[in-house]
Design a protein around this ligand. Sequence first.
Ligand code: DAS
Length: 322
Amino acid sequence: MPRVHLLATGGTIASRRTDAGLAATTPAAELLASAGPPPDLDVTVSDVSTVASFALSTADLGALVRELRRCLTDDVAGVVVTHGTDTMEESAYLADLLHDDPRPVVFTGAQRPFDSPAPDGPGNLAAALRVAASPAARDLGVLLCFDGLVFAARGVRKVDTLRSAAFDAPGRGPLLRVTDAAVLPLARPARRDAVPLDLAAELPRVDVVPCYLGADDALLRAAVAAGARGVVLEAFGAGNVPPAIAEAVAGLVADGVPVLVCSRVASGPVAPLYAGGGASLARAGARFAADLSPWQGRLLLGAALAHDPDDPYRVLDAQLGT
Ligand code: DAS
Protein backbone atom coordinates (compact mmCIF):
# COMPACT_ATOMS: atom_id res chain seq x y z
CA MET A 1 0.00 0.00 0.00
CA PRO A 2 1.46 3.46 -0.89
CA ARG A 3 2.41 5.64 2.05
CA VAL A 4 1.71 9.38 2.29
CA HIS A 5 3.02 11.51 5.12
CA LEU A 6 0.80 14.23 6.62
CA LEU A 7 2.63 17.15 8.20
CA ALA A 8 0.39 19.58 10.13
CA THR A 9 1.27 23.21 10.89
CA GLY A 10 -2.03 24.70 12.16
CA GLY A 11 -4.32 27.17 10.34
CA THR A 12 -8.10 27.28 10.16
CA ILE A 13 -8.26 23.59 9.26
CA ALA A 14 -6.96 22.93 12.79
CA SER A 15 -8.81 25.77 14.53
CA ARG A 16 -11.56 25.73 17.12
CA ARG A 17 -13.57 28.56 18.63
CA THR A 18 -12.22 30.03 21.87
CA ASP A 19 -13.22 33.13 23.86
CA ALA A 20 -10.29 34.94 22.23
CA GLY A 21 -11.27 33.93 18.68
CA LEU A 22 -10.35 30.98 16.48
CA ALA A 23 -7.22 29.16 17.66
CA ALA A 24 -5.32 26.38 15.86
CA THR A 25 -5.08 23.53 18.34
CA THR A 26 -5.93 20.32 16.46
CA PRO A 27 -3.06 17.91 15.83
CA ALA A 28 -2.42 15.95 12.64
CA ALA A 29 -3.86 12.66 13.95
CA GLU A 30 -7.23 14.30 14.63
CA LEU A 31 -7.24 16.02 11.25
CA LEU A 32 -6.63 12.67 9.59
CA ALA A 33 -9.43 11.03 11.59
CA SER A 34 -11.84 13.79 10.51
CA ALA A 35 -10.93 13.26 6.83
CA GLY A 36 -11.49 9.52 7.14
CA PRO A 37 -8.16 7.78 6.47
CA PRO A 38 -8.21 6.47 2.87
CA PRO A 39 -8.49 2.64 2.91
CA ASP A 40 -5.95 2.24 0.10
CA LEU A 41 -3.26 4.46 1.64
CA ASP A 42 -0.96 4.15 4.61
CA VAL A 43 -0.88 7.65 6.15
CA THR A 44 1.71 8.59 8.75
CA VAL A 45 1.44 11.90 10.61
CA SER A 46 3.53 14.48 12.41
CA ASP A 47 3.08 18.02 13.72
CA VAL A 48 5.52 20.82 13.12
CA SER A 49 3.38 23.45 14.90
CA THR A 50 -0.19 24.48 15.66
CA VAL A 51 -0.15 28.12 14.62
CA ALA A 52 -2.08 30.48 12.38
CA SER A 53 -0.16 31.10 9.18
CA PHE A 54 -0.44 34.87 9.57
CA ALA A 55 1.89 34.53 12.59
CA LEU A 56 4.66 32.63 10.81
CA SER A 57 8.05 34.29 10.38
CA THR A 58 10.44 33.80 7.47
CA ALA A 59 12.58 31.71 9.84
CA ASP A 60 9.53 29.51 10.62
CA LEU A 61 9.01 29.10 6.90
CA GLY A 62 12.59 27.96 6.41
CA ALA A 63 12.17 25.41 9.21
CA LEU A 64 8.91 24.16 7.69
CA VAL A 65 10.46 23.67 4.26
CA ARG A 66 13.41 21.83 5.84
CA GLU A 67 10.98 19.57 7.72
CA LEU A 68 8.74 18.76 4.76
CA ARG A 69 11.84 17.87 2.72
CA ARG A 70 12.93 15.58 5.56
CA CYS A 71 9.49 13.87 5.45
CA LEU A 72 9.97 13.00 1.76
CA THR A 73 11.73 9.74 2.64
CA ASP A 74 12.35 6.97 0.09
CA ASP A 75 9.28 5.00 1.15
CA VAL A 76 6.64 7.74 0.74
CA ALA A 77 4.69 8.51 -2.43
CA GLY A 78 4.19 12.12 -1.41
CA VAL A 79 3.75 14.55 1.47
CA VAL A 80 0.68 16.59 2.45
CA VAL A 81 1.11 19.79 4.46
CA THR A 82 -1.88 21.33 6.27
CA HIS A 83 -1.36 25.08 6.58
CA GLY A 84 -3.29 28.32 7.12
CA THR A 85 -4.62 29.82 3.93
CA ASP A 86 -3.39 33.37 4.61
CA THR A 87 0.23 32.64 3.67
CA MET A 88 -0.07 29.19 2.10
CA GLU A 89 0.94 30.54 -1.31
CA GLU A 90 4.22 31.81 0.18
CA SER A 91 5.16 28.58 1.96
CA ALA A 92 4.23 26.45 -1.03
CA TYR A 93 6.27 28.66 -3.35
CA LEU A 94 9.44 28.56 -1.25
CA ALA A 95 9.09 24.78 -0.97
CA ASP A 96 8.66 24.62 -4.75
CA LEU A 97 11.78 26.71 -5.41
CA LEU A 98 13.84 23.99 -3.68
CA HIS A 99 11.82 21.00 -4.90
CA ASP A 100 13.98 18.62 -6.91
CA ASP A 101 11.91 15.44 -6.61
CA PRO A 102 9.26 13.95 -8.95
CA ARG A 103 7.03 13.17 -5.97
CA PRO A 104 4.44 15.76 -4.96
CA VAL A 105 4.27 17.90 -1.85
CA VAL A 106 0.64 19.01 -1.55
CA PHE A 107 -0.45 21.94 0.62
CA THR A 108 -4.05 22.20 1.80
CA GLY A 109 -6.14 23.87 4.49
CA ALA A 110 -9.64 25.18 5.11
CA GLN A 111 -11.75 28.32 5.14
CA ARG A 112 -14.02 27.08 7.93
CA PRO A 113 -12.69 25.85 11.27
CA PHE A 114 -12.35 22.26 12.48
CA ASP A 115 -15.37 22.65 14.80
CA SER A 116 -17.60 24.32 12.18
CA PRO A 117 -20.97 22.59 11.65
CA ALA A 118 -19.97 22.29 7.98
CA PRO A 119 -16.16 22.21 7.83
CA ASP A 120 -14.39 22.17 4.45
CA GLY A 121 -11.10 20.90 5.89
CA PRO A 122 -11.89 17.16 5.93
CA GLY A 123 -12.81 17.12 2.23
CA ASN A 124 -9.78 19.20 1.27
CA LEU A 125 -7.48 16.93 3.28
CA ALA A 126 -8.98 13.74 1.85
CA ALA A 127 -8.48 15.13 -1.67
CA ALA A 128 -4.90 16.24 -0.93
CA LEU A 129 -3.99 12.76 0.36
CA ARG A 130 -5.29 11.20 -2.84
CA VAL A 131 -3.39 13.73 -4.95
CA ALA A 132 -0.18 13.04 -3.04
CA ALA A 133 -0.45 9.35 -3.94
CA SER A 134 -1.58 9.90 -7.53
CA PRO A 135 0.71 9.25 -10.52
CA ALA A 136 -1.04 12.26 -12.14
CA ALA A 137 0.66 14.52 -9.60
CA ARG A 138 4.23 13.42 -10.33
CA ASP A 139 6.66 15.91 -11.85
CA LEU A 140 4.36 18.85 -11.17
CA GLY A 141 6.39 20.27 -8.28
CA VAL A 142 4.81 21.55 -5.09
CA LEU A 143 1.02 21.79 -5.31
CA LEU A 144 -1.89 23.45 -3.54
CA CYS A 145 -5.12 21.42 -3.36
CA PHE A 146 -8.30 23.25 -2.42
CA ASP A 147 -12.02 22.89 -3.14
CA GLY A 148 -11.53 20.17 -5.74
CA LEU A 149 -8.78 21.89 -7.74
CA VAL A 150 -5.00 21.56 -7.65
CA PHE A 151 -2.71 24.48 -8.54
CA ALA A 152 1.03 24.75 -9.07
CA ALA A 153 2.66 26.59 -6.17
CA ARG A 154 4.14 29.13 -8.55
CA GLY A 155 1.39 31.57 -9.50
CA VAL A 156 -1.24 30.46 -6.99
CA ARG A 157 -3.01 33.17 -4.98
CA LYS A 158 -5.63 33.38 -2.30
CA VAL A 159 -8.48 35.13 -4.12
CA ASP A 160 -11.31 35.05 -1.60
CA THR A 161 -11.27 35.81 2.11
CA LEU A 162 -14.03 33.41 3.18
CA ARG A 163 -15.49 31.29 0.38
CA SER A 164 -14.51 27.63 0.05
CA ALA A 165 -13.01 28.33 -3.39
CA ALA A 166 -10.24 30.35 -1.77
CA PHE A 167 -7.50 29.90 -4.39
CA ASP A 168 -6.90 30.46 -8.06
CA ALA A 169 -3.93 30.83 -10.35
CA PRO A 170 -5.00 33.89 -12.36
CA GLY A 171 -3.94 33.65 -15.99
CA ARG A 172 -2.69 30.09 -15.47
CA GLY A 173 -5.52 27.90 -14.17
CA PRO A 174 -5.46 24.60 -12.27
CA LEU A 175 -3.27 21.57 -13.08
CA LEU A 176 -5.56 18.85 -11.75
CA ARG A 177 -9.18 18.38 -10.80
CA VAL A 178 -10.12 16.01 -7.99
CA THR A 179 -13.45 14.21 -8.18
CA ASP A 180 -14.81 11.42 -5.98
CA ALA A 181 -13.64 8.95 -8.61
CA ALA A 182 -10.36 10.32 -9.99
CA VAL A 183 -7.53 12.83 -10.10
CA LEU A 184 -7.90 14.32 -13.58
CA PRO A 185 -4.96 15.99 -15.38
CA LEU A 186 -5.77 19.40 -16.87
CA ALA A 187 -2.42 21.07 -17.58
CA ARG A 188 1.32 20.78 -16.94
CA PRO A 189 3.40 23.66 -15.57
CA ALA A 190 6.68 24.90 -17.03
CA ARG A 191 9.19 23.80 -14.36
CA ARG A 192 12.50 25.57 -13.62
CA ASP A 193 15.62 24.01 -12.11
CA ALA A 194 15.45 23.87 -8.33
CA VAL A 195 17.50 26.40 -6.36
CA PRO A 196 19.94 24.40 -4.18
CA LEU A 197 19.38 26.65 -1.21
CA ASP A 198 20.79 25.95 2.24
CA LEU A 199 17.92 26.80 4.58
CA ALA A 200 20.07 26.47 7.69
CA ALA A 201 20.52 30.25 7.50
CA GLU A 202 17.55 32.61 7.45
CA LEU A 203 16.71 34.28 4.14
CA PRO A 204 17.99 37.86 3.93
CA ARG A 205 15.45 40.60 4.52
CA VAL A 206 13.52 41.64 1.40
CA ASP A 207 10.63 44.08 1.72
CA VAL A 208 7.61 44.66 -0.49
CA VAL A 209 6.88 48.33 -1.17
CA PRO A 210 3.32 49.11 -2.31
CA CYS A 211 2.54 51.66 -5.01
CA TYR A 212 -0.54 53.83 -4.83
CA LEU A 213 -1.54 57.10 -6.40
CA GLY A 214 0.69 59.87 -5.07
CA ALA A 215 3.11 57.56 -3.17
CA ASP A 216 6.57 59.00 -2.51
CA ASP A 217 9.82 57.14 -1.88
CA ALA A 218 9.54 57.19 1.94
CA LEU A 219 8.61 53.51 2.33
CA LEU A 220 11.26 52.43 -0.18
CA ARG A 221 13.97 54.27 1.73
CA ALA A 222 12.61 53.05 5.07
CA ALA A 223 12.85 49.46 3.86
CA VAL A 224 16.52 49.86 3.00
CA ALA A 225 17.17 51.73 6.26
CA ALA A 226 15.57 48.78 8.11
CA GLY A 227 18.09 46.43 6.52
CA ALA A 228 16.36 45.18 3.37
CA ARG A 229 18.97 43.65 1.05
CA GLY A 230 16.49 43.71 -1.82
CA VAL A 231 13.15 45.33 -2.56
CA VAL A 232 10.05 44.14 -4.41
CA LEU A 233 7.83 46.84 -5.88
CA GLU A 234 4.10 46.10 -5.85
CA ALA A 235 3.76 48.28 -8.93
CA PHE A 236 0.75 49.60 -10.84
CA GLY A 237 -0.61 47.67 -13.81
CA ALA A 238 2.08 46.22 -16.06
CA GLY A 239 4.89 47.51 -13.85
CA ASN A 240 4.67 51.28 -13.44
CA VAL A 241 5.47 53.34 -10.36
CA PRO A 242 5.04 56.94 -9.19
CA PRO A 243 7.86 59.31 -10.31
CA ALA A 244 9.51 59.55 -6.87
CA ILE A 245 9.85 55.77 -6.68
CA ALA A 246 11.20 55.52 -10.25
CA GLU A 247 13.89 58.09 -9.37
CA ALA A 248 14.85 56.34 -6.13
CA VAL A 249 15.17 52.90 -7.77
CA ALA A 250 18.10 53.95 -9.96
CA GLY A 251 20.07 54.91 -6.85
CA LEU A 252 19.22 51.71 -5.02
CA VAL A 253 20.26 49.44 -7.87
CA ALA A 254 23.48 51.40 -8.29
CA ASP A 255 24.12 50.87 -4.56
CA GLY A 256 23.76 47.09 -4.98
CA VAL A 257 20.18 46.68 -3.72
CA PRO A 258 18.33 44.59 -6.32
CA VAL A 259 14.80 45.71 -7.18
CA LEU A 260 12.20 43.28 -8.49
CA VAL A 261 9.05 44.61 -10.17
CA CYS A 262 5.74 42.78 -9.57
CA SER A 263 2.21 44.07 -10.02
CA ARG A 264 -0.62 44.86 -7.66
CA VAL A 265 -2.88 43.43 -10.39
CA ALA A 266 -3.63 39.73 -9.81
CA SER A 267 -3.34 38.53 -13.40
CA GLY A 268 -0.87 39.08 -16.24
CA PRO A 269 2.86 39.73 -16.58
CA VAL A 270 4.75 42.96 -15.93
CA ALA A 271 6.72 44.55 -18.80
CA PRO A 272 8.93 47.63 -19.19
CA LEU A 273 6.58 49.70 -21.34
CA TYR A 274 6.16 53.31 -20.23
CA ALA A 275 8.63 56.19 -20.14
CA GLY A 276 8.83 57.35 -16.54
CA GLY A 277 7.26 54.03 -15.45
CA GLY A 278 8.33 50.47 -16.21
CA ALA A 279 10.70 51.45 -19.03
CA SER A 280 12.59 53.75 -16.64
CA LEU A 281 12.78 51.02 -14.00
CA ALA A 282 14.26 48.60 -16.54
CA ARG A 283 16.82 51.21 -17.63
CA ALA A 284 17.76 51.66 -13.98
CA GLY A 285 18.49 47.92 -13.71
CA ALA A 286 15.34 46.65 -11.99
CA ARG A 287 14.25 43.11 -12.92
CA PHE A 288 10.70 42.24 -13.97
CA ALA A 289 9.05 39.25 -12.27
CA ALA A 290 6.70 38.07 -15.05
CA ASP A 291 3.35 37.25 -13.35
CA LEU A 292 4.78 36.40 -9.93
CA SER A 293 2.88 37.98 -7.04
CA PRO A 294 4.81 40.43 -4.84
CA TRP A 295 4.76 37.86 -2.01
CA GLN A 296 6.23 35.09 -4.13
CA GLY A 297 8.61 37.61 -5.71
CA ARG A 298 9.85 38.54 -2.24
CA LEU A 299 10.76 34.91 -1.54
CA LEU A 300 12.42 34.50 -4.93
CA LEU A 301 14.58 37.57 -4.38
CA GLY A 302 15.43 36.43 -0.84
CA ALA A 303 16.40 32.99 -2.15
CA ALA A 304 18.48 34.54 -4.93
CA LEU A 305 20.34 36.76 -2.46
CA ALA A 306 20.88 33.86 -0.06
CA HIS A 307 22.13 31.51 -2.75
CA ASP A 308 24.46 33.94 -4.50
CA PRO A 309 24.86 37.23 -2.62
CA ASP A 310 27.35 38.52 -5.21
CA ASP A 311 25.15 37.76 -8.20
CA PRO A 312 21.48 37.29 -7.26
CA TYR A 313 20.55 37.99 -10.87
CA ARG A 314 21.65 34.51 -11.95
CA VAL A 315 18.89 32.84 -9.90
CA LEU A 316 16.40 35.57 -10.77
CA ASP A 317 17.03 35.26 -14.49
CA ALA A 318 16.94 31.44 -14.38
CA GLN A 319 13.62 31.47 -12.52
CA LEU A 320 12.03 34.27 -14.47
CA GLY A 321 13.21 33.13 -17.87
CA THR A 322 14.97 36.38 -18.76
N1 DAS B 1 -6.93 32.40 7.36
C1 DAS B 1 -6.71 31.37 8.32
C2 DAS B 1 -6.63 30.03 7.60
O1 DAS B 1 -7.25 29.94 6.59
C3 DAS B 1 -5.67 31.63 9.28
C4 DAS B 1 -4.31 31.20 8.82
O2 DAS B 1 -3.87 31.55 7.74
O3 DAS B 1 -3.68 30.44 9.58
O4 DAS B 1 -6.03 29.08 8.04
